[in-house]
Design a protein around this ligand. Structure first.
Ligand code: MRU
Length: 366
């Protein structure tokens, strides 16, 4: 997608041909800055500190992290160490484990001298594939928006989204926002309610920024406004992404998603989850019981980050300094609250049967 008219992906190889360049998302929306990752440690920190974030992008970055690690140590022990270090960076998004497995499979049978090249090759494919998967999700999701637009006439289709599941969360296009971009580009009037997404405000800082860059009409709302807007008919459709979806269609996504699904069900607003297949964890069936939920640091809740009156980045304390804080990063929306899953292969019911119809080769392995 474009930044000030220039096409970017969130991750690419640096011009040197071996280090990795990413958009530093910790500085957005105030500063557009690229970061250069040169070592396994750089990549592990970038994922853990959320310089890069969003399930598909975490996977893509980790894949390149394996390639960088193998440049230093291509033995079996080096491969295993890099795999373990990267896997420990963030526990919830299954794309991380998927991408690490892809690199391990592509390299482990090779002699050490051939592993680096194979890892770079597979990491590049993972990035290119992610763009294709997200573009296909966009096409399938666009049809849902188009159908609503036909019913509404000339007034815009109002989409509510939570967190950032746009192109910044992937290599390009995004998951939940891909249908929005495809619809907008096709001339279908669309407007987005971007929930701010406490505590890290991915909606306020990232979703709003990328929609603005692409010229998509939107409003930032506080997380608690979503239910009210749905009650008053101001939301036609909820579109969210996912960090891990079970083989039965339970959807884990950024904390607060579950509450929106409950409100959407009460207000009869369709609630779709957009996901590339590497976000499906075929090994589990009960999302609430089985998905590991990341608990992040207390300062994310205690402090609000932004620009100070001098225009420089600053933090302000918003809690009593001694109040204990809990900070679960994700929640699980049970499949029964999900209208449908929008995948690269089409839209299906959020159920084992629905997923099996689209991904028979995976589902039959269970
Ligand atoms: O903690 P984050 O910012 O990595 O969480 C991101 C999300 O929850 C997204 O909605 C999810 O990764 C789906 S994105 C394509």
């Amino acid at each position: 997608m474009n930044v000030a008219g220039v096409p970017y992906r969130t991750i690419r190889l640096h011009a040197d041909g071996w280090s990795v360049e990413v958009i530093d998302q910790s500085m957005l929306p105030h500063e557009f800055r690229l970061a250069r990752l040169q070592t396994l440690g750089d990549v592990a920190r970038a994922i853990a500190d959320m310089v890069v974030r969003g399930a598909p992008l975490i996977g893509a970055t980790a894949a390149y992290g394996m390639a960088l690690a193998l440049r230093d140590e291509a033995s079996d022990a080096g491969l295993a160490r890099a795999y373990a270090q990267l896997l420990a960076t963030r526990p919830t998004a299954v794309n991380l484990r998927w991408a690490l497995d892809e690199i391990r499979t592509a390299t482990v049978q090779l002699p050490p001298a051939e592993r680096v090249g194979a890892a770079y090759l597979r990491a590049g494919q993972i990035c290119d594939d992610d763009v294709a998967l997200c573009s296909a999700i966009g096409e399938h999701g666009k049809r849902i928006i188009e159908a609503i637009a036909q019913r509404k006439g000339s007034s815009p289709v109002n989409v509510l989204t939570h967190c950032n599941a746009g192109w910044l969360a992937t290599v390009d296009w995004g998951t939940a926002l891909a249908p929005v971009y495809k619809a907008h580009d096709a001339g279908i009037p669309v407007h987005v309610w971007a929930e701010e997404t406490r505590p890290r405000n991915q909606g306020a800082s990232l979703t709003a920024w990328e929609l603005g860059q692409h010229g998509v009409p939107h409003h930032v709302i506080v997380d608690n406004a979503g239910g009210h807007l749905m009650q008053h008919g101001a939301v036609d459709l909820c579109l969210v992404g996912t960090d891990r979806t079970t083989a039965t269609g339970d959807v884990c996504n950024k904390i607060g998603t579950y509450l929106k699904a409950l409100a959407a069900r009460d207000c009869q607003v369709p609630f779709y989850v957009c996901l590339p297949s590497p976000s499906i964890d075929w090994t589990i069936r009960d999302g609430v019981a089985e998905i590991p939920i990341e608990e992040r640091g207390a300062d994310e809740v205690r402090l609000m980050r932004g620009l100070g009156p001098d225009g420089k980045p600053t933090s302000v304390l918003i809690t009593p300094p001694d109040s204990p804080v809990a900070n679960p990063g994700f929640d699980v929306t049970p499949a029964r609250l999900v209208t449908g899953l929008v995948t690269e292969r089409g839209v299906c019911a959020a159920s084992a049967n629905g997923l099996a119809q689209l991904f028979s080769e995976r589902a039959s392995h269970k």
